[in-house]
Design a protein around this ligand. Structure first.
Ligand SMILES: CC(=O)N[C@H]1[C@@H](OP(=O)(O)OP(=O)(O)OC[C@H]2O[C@@H](n3ccc(=O)[nH]c3=O)[C@H](O)[C@@H]2O)O[C@H](CO)[C@@H](O)[C@@H]1O
Ligand SMILES: C=C(OP(=O)(O)O)C(=O)O
Length: 428
């Protein structure tokens, strides 16, 4: 196992290019199961979630190759094999195998999904949707069994706005008989990306990106070629990094419309920002103002950027209140930031950051993916050396992290952990 070492205090400048979106990729890859002929997905990020999903497709008989950021999936040999816990536990998005397999085979057996520990992550709305389409869903010894004689379109109202449930129901409904209407659907850009792939495969979907999605089921889908959208959370992470340690950072390969809530908050803090067609330039700032953040469903402020933003707010003048309305327990990063000299209190679903403070390098542990991003930014801002463990979380979502950061002038490298350190991590 590796740890990340960061020598803080070096100002960053230059250009950094965003990769394809993790939260699209993890749904697009299972979606390839629904076609009867090969699909190519272009612009994939080099992250462990993509590799785990490749293995899951192979487990059910798919032929999958990745070459220069392109994934070629031949679904012809796929069968409705049960997928036990092992790999499924490594990521949350393995739940998209449920919708995709149900859509193609009308049955699936899948272990319960894993992913970041952010407090409770129920999948009741996914199951409600599958049942409305005619599937019988049971939970037997830690695995979900889904079976349907046939899937029939239905009107499904989501009790909570959920990205995962919206996509999963869409995956199952595209090959159901008749029309499905998803009401109170999530509107995230990743949903539009998945719908675009499905439509290019021959599906009939209207309204993706609004809160009502209409799907007219079709008998079969064919393979296609699809380019994934840029990762708005990776882009946001580097914009925040630019504001934290930048002497002028340009984030390339961005869809600026996806970044509006973050751009507004950074400007409110006093960060100079210039927006071009596909690039966002973060100017140099010496003084930042504290702002309040409330995470909301898209187009509100994304929960996935709440943790990196907490780090930036340690540098801002005044008190910032951060409220996570999506994941109430997404605050494990604050314990680690406190070790680095941040002044943060948490209460219920809010954190209060009292700034400015100068962060000091320390040994810290990433408890989840975006906590990892928050700690990497903290290490770059801090005085001295920071060591970050828990890299398996960061590797799930940040493509070429070290090369990208070094390209901006950061001093960051990976080192093997000693036996003693491994023992400490095991016991912590
Ligand atoms: C793989 C993927 O795309 N993950 C993203 C997805 O996660 P995830 O799919 O877990 O998030 P959802 O959008 O589905 O969930 C949003 C909220 O609804 C709740 N809920 C969800 C489903 C359900 O059946 N019942 C229920 O109560 C959740 O607990 C959460 O409070 O959206 C989150 C919110 O943007 C992001 O942090 C994750 O990065
Ligand atoms: C929480 C995240 O991922 P996942 O839902 O895959 O755990 C994330 O991308 O921030």
């Amino acid at each position: 196992m590796d740890k990340l070492k960061i020598e803080g205090g070096h100002p960053l400048h230059g250009n950094i290019k965003v990769s394809g979106a993790k939260n699209s990729a993890v749904a697009l890859i299972p979606a390839t199961i629904l076609a009867d002929s090969p699909t190519v997905i272009e612009g994939l990020p080099e992250i462990s979630d993509v590799l785990t999903l490749k293995e899951l497709l192979e487990e059910i008989g798919g032929k999958v190759a990745i070459h220069e950021g392109e994934m070629h999936v031949n679904p012809e040999g796929m069968v409705a094999m049960p997928i036990p816990n092992g790999r499924v536990k490594k990521l949350r998005a393995s739940y998209y195998m449920m919708g995709a397999m149900l859509g193609r085979f009308k049955k699936a057996v899948i272990g319960l999904p894993g992913g970041c520990h952010l407090g409770p992550r129920p999948i009741d709305q996914h199951i409600k949707g599958f049942e409305a389409l005619g599937a019988k869903v049971t939970n037997e010894q830690g695995a979900i069994y889904l079976r349907a004689d046939e899937l029939k379109g239905a009107r499904i109202y989501l009790d909570v706005v959920s990205v995962g449930a919206t996509i999963n129901i869409m995956l199952a409904a595209v090959r159901a008989k008749g029309q499905t209407i998803i009401e109170n659907a999530a509107k995230e850009p990743e949903i539009i990306d998945v719908a675009t792939l499905l439509v290019n495969m021959g599906a009939k979907i209207k309204g993706a990106g609004t809160n009502v999605i209409r799907i007219d089921g079709v008998e079969e889908l064919h393979g296609t070629r699809h380019t994934i959208i840029p990762d708005r959370i990776e882009a946001g992470t580097y914009m925040i990094l630019g504001a934290a340690a930048g002497g002028g950072v340009t984030v390339e390969n961005v869809i600026p419309l996806h970044m509006e809530s973050l751009i507004a908050k950074l400007r409110e803090m006093g960060v100079p920002i210039e927006v071009d067609d596909e690039d966002i330039h973060i100017g140099k700032t010496d003084k930042l103002r504290a702002v309040d953040i409330k995470t909301l469903v898209y187009p509100g402020f994304p929960t996935d950027l709440q943790q990196p933003m907490t780090t930036l707010l340690t540098k801002a003048e005044g008190t910032a209140t951060i409220t996570d309305t999506i994941y109430s327990a997404r605050f494990k990063h604050t314990d680690e930031l406190r070790r680095m000299n941040a002044n943060i209190k948490t209460e219920g679903r809010s954190a209060f950051v009292y700034g400015p403070t100068n962060l000091q390098g320390d040994r810290v542990k990433a408890s989840d993916l975006r906590a990892g991003a928050a700690l990497v930014i903290a290490g770059i801002m801090a005085e001295g050396i920071t060591e970050v463990t828990g890299l398996e979380h960061i590797d799930r979502g940040y493509s070429d992290l070290i090369d990208k950061l070094t390209g901006l002038g950061a001093v960051v490298w990976r080192e093997k952990m000693t036996e003693e350190e491994l023992e400490q991590v095991k016991n912590s």
